[in-house]
Design a protein around this ligand. Structure first.
Ligand code: E4P
Length: 218
């Protein structure tokens, strides 16, 4: 399972990268705005800065909603850096854009996916990644993990190469459950990754080992 961090915060990205288990970054316009990154030039520079920190894929989202606009923006984003993956919303022109980029060998991440049907369409159009938003489904009392399972089943039925990027991860159990289902990638906050290392018995055990060592070596 690949680990992506879902943020545009450079300090958090550096911290995740330093852990040694980071495979990429996802961003979206809201995450960029949260960091105060505004204006086209600053936004493009920020994507390059992110690419220079991580070794893996960096999703950069288009804001156009028509085919020509998405193609123009997506090509500009893809030209920025070889690590850029163009993030395209699951709308009708988005599906056409996925197909266009797929035919050109430009990698894509189909975002805002909330149903198995949308995920099927994204795979048919040749998306590199599909991003089902499981946390946002959970938020409205709908089982987000069930959607990940449905997509896994459909993709395996037909050997689709599109990778399932479980998005809108909110906590560590989401990561573990997605790994059990077989999602190819998860993207979430740093806390969802760091939560994986925590166990009270590890802390208690370590304290005991160190105390016993000190007794015999003081
Ligand atoms: C996916 O790529 C999105 O950036 C993200 O996972 C959305 O998460 P949220 O629902 O926590 O905003």
């Amino acid at each position: 399972m690949k680990f992506f961090i879902d943020t545009a915060n450079l300090d958090q990205i550096k911290e995740a990268q330093a852990l040694g288990v980071l495979d990429g970054v996802t961003t979206n316009p809201s995450l960029m705005a949260k960091e105060g990154i505004t204006g086209k030039d600053n936004i493009l520079k920020h994507y390059v800065n992110i690419c220079n920190i991580v070794e893996g894929d960096v999703s950069a989202e288009v804001v156009a909603t028509d085919l020509d606009g998405m193609i123009r923006e997506g090509e500009e984003l893809a030209d920025l850096h070889e690590q850029i993956v163009v993030k395209i919303p699951m709308i009708k022109d988005g599906v056409k854009a996925l197909k266009y980029f797929s035919d050109k060998g430009i990698r894509t991440n189909c975002t805002l996916v909330f149903s198995a049907g949308q995920a099927l369409l994204a795979a048919k159009a040749g998306a590199t990644y599909v991003s089902p938003f499981l946390g946002r489904l959970d938020d409205i009392s709908t089982d987000g993990l069930n959607l990940i399972s449905e997509i896994r089943l459909i993709y395996d039925n037909y050997d689709f190469e599109t990778q399932i990027l479980a998005a809108s991860i909110r906590h560590t159990m989401h990561v573990i459950d997605c790994a059990k289902i077989g999602a190819d990638v998860m993207t979430g906050p740093l806390s969802s990754i760091e939560g994986l290392l925590k166990h009270p018995l590890t802390d208690i055990g370590l304290q005991q080992f160190l105390a016993d060592y000190r007794k015999g070596n003081s």
